[in-house]
Design a binder for this molecule. Structure first.
Ligand code: 5GP
Length: 206
């Protein structure tokens, strides 16, 4: 709709549930969506690119950004900082494009305070056993880190109640379809449309 602000979607879910894979598949289908690239202090994994997967920064750089209020939210996760730069999200929403954040739950709860109109989607594994296997078989992390990620996954699942939607990631294309359906429904919500047309309805056009 003309002049409409974009909607902020927040995608969370436990480590290993396949958030990154689903998000990439979603963006291939829907190039109009905008992805907010996060800042992190963790080391790049093989194949990850600066400015594509993350903005890889030092601890000092991230701490300066925190002090200057440059993040919508940030969190420490398994020993590293992760944060969402504010400027990109605000500018993109103001241009009318929907923005997706792929972030863990502590950060999502901070977004909820600042953007209560955001839409919170929780990606859920087909089963907890499967989640455990995926975290272990990723094989990019040491044993200690895997243990921490499993603990973190349990804590994250406990936070599911704070989300608006739950999408089970049994098959990537099905999970993408479900998220697309959520995006479409959110654009048809009466409150959003009423807000948009309030002025026109109060005028003498009809
Ligand atoms: P990974 O190291 O596997 O890329 O990410 C670890 C966790 O941090 C994932 O749950 C990922 O969604 C989350 N994450 C990525 N970017 C951000 C961010 O900007 N803020 C927060 N709070 N979490 C993030």
């Amino acid at each position: 709709m003309k002049g409409e602000k974009g909607i902020l979607f927040i995608l969370s879910g436990p480590s290993g549930v396949g958030k990154g894979t689903v998000r990439k598949a979603l963006f291939e289908q829907d190039p109009d969506l905008a992805y907010s690239i996060s800042v992190t202090t963790r080391n790049p994994r093989e194949g990850e690119e600066n400015g594509v997967d993350y903005f890889f920064k030092t601890k000092e750089e991230v701490e300066r950004m925190i002090e200057e209020g440059e993040f919508i939210e940030y969190a420490e996760y398994v020993g590293n900082y992760y944060g969402t730069p504010k400027a990109y999200v605000e500018q993109t929403l103001n241009k009318g494009r929907d923005v997706f954040l792929e972030i863990e739950v502590q950060g999502a709860m901070q977004v909820k305070e600042n953007f209560p109109e955001g839409v919170f989607i929780f990606l859920f594994p087909p089963s907890l056993e499967e989640l455990k296997n995926r975290i272990i078989s990723r094989g990019t992390e040491s044993e200690d880190l895997v243990k921490n990620r499993l603990l973190e996954a349990k804590k994250e699942i406990d936070m599911m109640d704070a989300y608006d939607y739950v999408v089970v990631n049994d098959q990537i294309d099905q999970a993408v379809k479900r998220i697309e359906a959520i995006v479409l429904s959110e654009h048809c919500k009466r409150e959003r449309i009423a807000k948009q047309y309030k002025k026109a309805l109060g005028s003498d056009v009809l």
